[in-house]
Design a protein around this ligand. Structure first.
Ligand code: 6PG
Length: 258
């Protein structure tokens, strides 16, 4: 299992969402059976929306042991939780309001706080308590979902940002120059301590950056997604054929639609 990396090329966005939902259901049930609960950090952006809508509807809604699922976020924009840009708000509208996950199992990042560093420290403290870490160590999420921007960023780990070098803190607040906003993000060591990391990448606009990340030179300062290499976990890229169109090394596995 350690350091395993796979790329699954599916026909289109609908298939990507379906396959992602099946993976979520599988990991949730596997972990609940194994240890009684499941921890997943959701990604932001729009790509996971199809996954959220599938998980909120049959058959997948009934296949997830929601009472034993704990949801976190890989990053959050510094806006109120009811703001359309909030990653929590998106998940809430598309998924959380439609499934029976207990309120106390939803661990949103309170990024709306004026003092962003304090908000990051509070989320970190919550993670340390939840994962029983003490002052050191990193949480091992059962699953971390990630997206990838056209510049190769993931979560809120953007090219050239100092947070890319962070090895001690679990959560960092940073100003995103190119977006003109502040965000809170899990740091690279946290992503790399996960048991399973799944990138969901869709669309022609991601084709060039995906080729660079997967098949180009290693340049993590410019392509932060290359930093995601779970030491003892599985790394899976679920990409649709438009995003995969420039890839040379990965076969196009057509997932049969049911
Ligand atoms: C965010 C995400 C970010 C996102 C990518 C891809 O808060 O925006 O964490 O890393 O996953 O920018 O976004 P799309 O899925 O919208 O292309």
């Amino acid at each position: 299992m350690s350091g395993e990396k796979k790329v699954l090329v599916v026909a289109n966005y609908d298939e990507l969402s379906r396959v992602a939902a099946e993976k979520f259901v599988f990991h949730a049930n596997t972990m609940v059976q194994r240890k009684g609960f499941f921890t997943a950090a959701l990604s932001g952006g729009s790509t996971p929306n199809g996954l959220y809508m599938r998980l909120a509807s049959d058959p997948y809604r009934g296949q997830v042991p929601w009472q034993k699922v704990h949801l976190f976020w890989g990053d959050e924009r510094c806006v109120p939780p009811d703001h359309p840009d909030s990653n929590y708000h998106t998940a809430c509208e598309l998924l959380l309001k439609k499934v029976t996950i207990p309120e106390e199992n939803i661990h949103r990042i309170h990024a709306e706080q004026e003092d962003r560093n304090r908000a990051a420290a509070e989320y970190e403290q919550m993670l340390r308590i939840f994962f029983r870490l003490g002052a050191e160590g990193y949480p091992c999420f059962d699953l971390i979902l990630l997206g990838m921007g056209e510049d190769g960023h993931t979560a809120s780990l953007f090219p050239g940002a100092s947070v890319l070098e962070e090895t001690r803190r679990l959560v960092v607040a940073s100003y995103i120059e190119k977006r003109g906003d502040y965000r809170l993000t899990l740091t690279v060591p946290v992503l790399n301590h996960a048991a399973n990391v799944i990138f969901l990448i869709s669309g022609e606009s991601k084709a060039t950056v995906l080729r660079k990340v997967l098949e180009g030179k290693r340049h993590p300062q410019c392509l932060p997604s290359q930093l995601v290499q779970p030491a003892n976990g599985r790394l899976l890229f679920i990409v649709d054929s438009m995003a995969a169109r420039e890839l040379k090394c990965y076969s196009r596995i057509k997932i049969q639609t049911k």
